[in-house]
Each structure stands twice: as structure tokens, then as C-alpha cells.
Design a protein around this ligand. Structure first.
Ligand code: HEM
Ligand code: HEM
Length: 177
């Protein structure tokens, strides 16, 4: 078990797995803005259902990831100033929070709109009555969170590049697969 865990100075393979699988799925999901441009309604419907299912997959992975993060040490940031450590924690935990709020808002929104994710014959909706106001509210949260995630991920990737090219430390390498 030990070798799968994080250490005080580096991420273990399970944390890396969560980071890169969730990160790739989230970046794919940000292309949702272009789904409306698909050629016909059937394709748009299929693509949105896939969006909802991938979103639920991200939520499941985030629950497991949070449990794993809770059981593991978070590698510390070496040779850093206080503001760097504060910013690192702020961005990382905001990303965690955003990746819970985002799929939950989408799930509540689609369930309250009566258009839950579908897996074959099964509707994976939350037990909610049809409620247009709740659905509108959930989707405005979903839309706002999309912008917040884009800002957070941009800051995060800039920080990774800053460590690699300017500080020339091993921060990028310790998350590398
Ligand atoms: C981390 C997971 C998710 C991410 C990153 C994500 C991302 C996005 C983005 C970028 C958009 C386009 C924003 C916009 O239309 O303004 C969007 C729209 C949408 N998402 Fe998600 N989503 C996630 C999870 C979900 C889930 C779990 C569901 C439903 C079960 C869902 C349902 C929808 C729907 C129905 C729309 C269209 C909303 C509209 O047209 O206003 N999403 N999502
Ligand atoms: C090219 C894209 C990316 C690069 C190069 C990258 C790089 C990194 C690196 C080097 C770390 C370790 C930081 C440290 O040791 O303090 C890290 C951690 C983290 N990254 Fe990324 N990342 C990328 C994309 C993403 C995306 C898209 C997300 C979220 C959707 C994300 C969320 C996180 C989180 C939450 C952590 C904290 C680790 C944890 O506690 O699980 N990353 N990333």
C-alpha cells in the first residue's frame, strides 16, 4: 500500500491517476460550448447525454479522490514563500470544490428539468419534482462555474509552467505520470 500513497515530497500513482483522468475529462467537458454547433438535433441529444454521463463519472471520481486525499499527506512546496503556499492551497482546494459543485449543479438542473442523464433504459435522475425555477438556478450556477473552472485551470497550468521554466524545480515532475 505504501508505494501507492503520496509522500511528504511527491504524489503517488493513485493521486496521479485521479489528477490526469479527471483533468483530461474536465478539459474535454469545457468544449461543451461547441456542442450546439453539431449538424442535427439527434447528434446534439446524444452528445449532451454523453456530457451528462461523463459529468457523473467525474463526480464519482472526485468522491474517491477526496477520500484518497484525506488519507494521504499533501506533498509540501519546497523553497517557497508563504504567499506561494497559500495560493497553491487556495487554487487546489477551489478546484476540488468546483469539481463537486459543477456536476451536482448539472445533475440537479437536468433532473428538475425532467431531462436526466440516460444510461440505456435507465434514467439516472435525482428524485426531484419538475421545477423550472430550480432548474434555471442550477444551470446559472453550472454556467458560472464553467467560467470559474476555466480561470482556475488557467492559473493552475500557468503555475505549473512557472515552476518548470522559471523556478526550474521538480514540481511538474512530481505529478508527471
Ligand atoms: C465536472 C463536470 C462538468 C463540467 C466540467 C461541465 C461543463 C459544462 C460546460 C462548459 C457547459 C457549457 C456552459 C454553458 O452552456 O454555458 C455545460 C453545459 C451543460 N451541462 Fe455540464 N458539465 C459538467 C457536468 C454536468 C452534469 C453531471 C450534467 C447533468 C447530469 C451536466 C449537464 C449540462 C447541461 C444540460 C448543459 C447545457 C446547459 C445550458 O444550455 O444552459 N453537466 N457543462
Ligand atoms: C496541462 C495541464 C495540467 C498540468 C501541467 C498540471 C500540473 C499539476 C502539478 C505539477 C500538480 C502538483 C502541484 C504540487 O505539487 O503542488 C498538480 C496538482 C493538481 N492539479 Fe493539475 N495540472 C494540469 C491540469 C489540471 C486540471 C485540468 C485540473 C482540474 C480540473 C487540475 C487539478 C489539480 C489539483 C486539484 C491538484 C492538487 C493535487 C491533489 O491534491 O489532488 N490539474 N497539477
Amino acid at each position: 500500500m505504501k508505494s501507492l500513497s503520496n509522500t511528504g515530497s511527491s504524489y503517488g500513482p493513485i493521486s496521479k491517476f485521479f489528477h490526469w483522468v479527471v483533468g483530461t475529462l474536465v478539459i474535454m467537458m469545457l468544449f461543451t460550448y461547441f456542442l450546439e454547433d453539431l449538424p442535427n438535433k439527434v447528434m446534439i441529444g446524444v452528445a449532451f447525454n454523453a456530457h451528462k454521463l461523463v459529468g457523473l463519472t467525474i463526480l464519482t471520481l472526485m468522491v474517491l479522490r477526496l477520500l484518497w486525499a484525506w488519507r494521504n499527506p499533501k506533498p509540501s512546496l519546497p523553497n517557497s514563500r508563504l504567499w506561494e503556499r497559500v495560493l497553491e492551497h487556495l487554487v487546489h482546494w477551489s478546484l476540488y470544490l468546483a469539481l463537486f459543485i459543477m456536476p451536482i449543479a448539472g445533475w440537479v438542473g437536468t433532473s428538475a428539468a425532467g431531462k436526466p442523464p440516460r444510461l440505456g433504459m435507465h434514467a439516472l435522475g435525482l428524485p426531484l419534482q419538475k421545477n423550472e425555477r430550480l432548474s434555471d438556478l442550477a444551470f446559472s450556477v453550472h454556467n458560472t462555474m464553467a467560467i470559474i473552472i476555466i480561470v482556475l485551470v488557467s492559473l493552475h497550468v500557468l503555475a505549473a509552467l512557472y515552476h518548470y521554466f522559471i523556478k526550474k524545480d521538480k514540481i511538474l515532475q512530481r505529478m508527471w505520470p
